[in-house]
Design a protein. Structure first.
Lengths: 295, 262
């Protein structure tokens, strides 16, 4: 089966500085693939290499069956790309951005740009410079999607969007996916990747830590349990299987835990805490204490 | 040709403001010419007193009482300096502004190859330089007609064409430099224009070494030289033609493979 995106030992170095290191990844047609990593992990470098904006130091890149950057022009016709922070030309209205983009693609996308703008609540007649950060994001979304590409590459698309627009955005994305589009989406929000993506990879310090289906990655998801009103934990809990890290402060204690929550809660309930908060740990914590240690 | 028209649109305002400002300045300078003509004896005395300065601006070689001579020494010289700066500033930012203004991440994921971007942007630069010289030539022509004095039309066309050749040459060289940088470099553009101008002054003063003639294309396109010799120096025209083509090739090669800074 032909892959939508395939990289083999892809490496990009900027002099002595690291970009990405031996990244091997496969995204199959029809997948919604989440690419997770903290800021500076190499997500954008990887994406820019896919698009031929930067040349790899070594390794092989293939997008929609074509080697990049050799055949990047024919491939780019079928790709919609949304950068994490898009910049546009001075004095342009959103409408002008869409028109310029469709002229560059030699495809009439006028109708679709209006439909997408309407669904995202964007007034395309306004100058881009006058738009808020969130509305500028919408411009980038419409510009990436208006030509109905086979492959959508979206770099942190939801940051800056309010929850209602995020919902409209994901609805459009799932529709496109049902119509056959492959979606590659980079994010540092684990929950949205878990909710919307079928497959995901985690990148840290330029290296892929894990790449799998989201359901299997989800099995590894740890939780942070914060107990207020206590400043000590029993050895029974500290040594309990699945406890990855314990932090004790003056008025609260917290536990990073991965395992069956019922077993731990049963033990915690014997403690005199005043409040309990269970949250998803930060990605950094997951990388440090789950994937890096466990896999 | 989307990028070509886009560049023209983006550069329209700045280009027209520069062209018309320069045009008005030329007309103002030319309006002084009848007074200079009426007081030639005093002007000649003044020029003789300038010493090396008169030599630097070639004032010692031409009779300022004649219309085209006056134009080439005064207005033409101003047009040369403004046009040269305009060409350098436009050229030096043409490619690099995409990275400097972070628009490369919008432009280059579209199905266009970099060679096409280079060609369209270079053509847009040339058109803007042609429009600049046309507006200034038209303004100067009107001032000539109003002054109602005899002048050689062919020589005037040669002066203007040589200036256009100069602008295309320095604009293209700066355009090629633009491929090597990743930010807007207006200051560098102005610096290059002024350096080329000063080198030519040194050549005119005979203090510059012969090698300067191979560094500044102003040497063979200066209006006063065209009026004196009646034509372009073909040796230097060929030399700078080759330099322009070589720099464009080098810039193209660099831009085709460079990692775009976002």
């Amino acid at each position: 089966m032909e892959t939508a995106i395939s990289t083999e030992n892809l490496t990009k170095r900027y002099g002595r500085a690291r970009g990405i290191e031996n990244v091997s990844l496969e995204v199959l047609p029809g997948q919604i693939f989440g690419f997770i990593g903290p800021n500076g992990a190499g997500k954008s470098t990887f994406i820019r290499t896919l698009l031929g904006l930067i040349r790899p130091s070594s390794g092989h890149v293939s997008v929609l069956g074509n080697t990049i950057p050799l055949k990047s022009r024919s491939v780019l016709k079928q790709i919609g790309y949304m950068p994490s922070e898009a910049s546009y030309y001075r004095g342009m209205r959103a409408l002008d951005v869409f028109r310029m983009s469709s002229h560059l693609r030699r495809k009439d996308c006028e109708r679709e740009s209006w439909v997408l703008s309407d669904r995202l609540g964007l007034d395309p007649t306004r100058p881009v410079a006058d738009l808020s950060f969130g509305n500028q994001k919408k411009v980038a979304i419409v510009a990436a999607m208006q030509h109905k590409p086979k492959l959508l590459i979206l770099d942190e698309p939801t940051s800056g969007l309010d929850p209602l627009v995020q919902r409209a955005f994901w609805d459009i994305l799932h529709e496109r996916n049902r119509q056959g589009a492959t979606i590659f989406i980079s994010s540092h929000v684990l929950s949205e990747v878990q909710q919307h993506c079928s497959h995901a990879a985690i990148i840290r310090d330029g290296r892929i830590l894990v790449s799998d289906s989201v359901s299997r990655l989800g099995e590894n998801t740890a939780r942070r349990i914060t107990l207020r009103g206590i400043n000590e934990l029993t050895q029974d809990i500290i040594n309990f299987s699945g406890v990855l890290k314990v932090d004790i402060h003056s008025s609260e204690s917290s536990i990073l835990y991965q395992g069956d929550m019922h077993d731990l809660i049963a033990r915690i309930n014997q403690l005199p805490y005043s409040d309990i908060i269970i949250t998803e740990p930060s990605l950094e914590e997951i990388f440090l204490h789950v994937y890096e240690r466990g896999q | 040709m989307t990028i070509f028209f886009h560049e023209l649109k983006q550069g329209k305002k700045a280009g027209l403001i520069t062209s018309f400002s320069s045009c008005i300045l030329l007309i103002l300078i030319m309006s002084v010419q009848p007074k200079v003509q009426n007081q030639m004896k005093m002007v000649e005395k003044l020029i003789a007193g300038l010493g090396p300065l008169a030599q630097a601006f070639a004032m010692d070689k031409l009779d300022m009482g004649e219309l085209l001579n006056f134009y080439s020494l005064e207005a033409g010289n101003v047009l040369l300096l403004i046009g040269c700066s305009f060409s350098c500033v436009m050229g030096i930012s043409m490619l690099s502004k995409e990275e400097g203004r972070h628009t490369s991440e919008f432009l280059f994921p579209h199905p266009i190859n970099r060679l096409s971007v280079i060609i369209q942007k270079w053509l847009a630069l040339i058109i803007q330089l042609v429009v600049f010289i046309i507006i200034n030539t038209a303004g100067t022509y009107i001032s000539f007609v109003m002054l109602n004095q005899p002048w050689d039309m062919m020589l005037f066309i040669k002066i203007q064409l040589s200036l256009l050749i100069l602008f295309v040459c320095v604009g293209s060289i700066c355009f090629s430099i633009s491929a090597f940088i990743s930010h807007e470099a207006t200051g560098v553009g102005v610096g290059i224009a002024l350096t080329l101008y000063v080198l030519n002054l040194l050549i005119n003063l005979d203090v510059g070494k012969d090698i300067f003639k191979y560094i500044t294309p102003i040497y063979f396109t200066e209006p006063a030289k065209i009026v004196t010799k009646g034509t372009l120096d073909t040796y230097f025209a060929k030399y700078y033609g080759l330099i322009t083509i070589a720099s464009l090739l080098l810039g193209t090669l660099r831009y085709a493979i460079k990692d775009l800074r976002i």
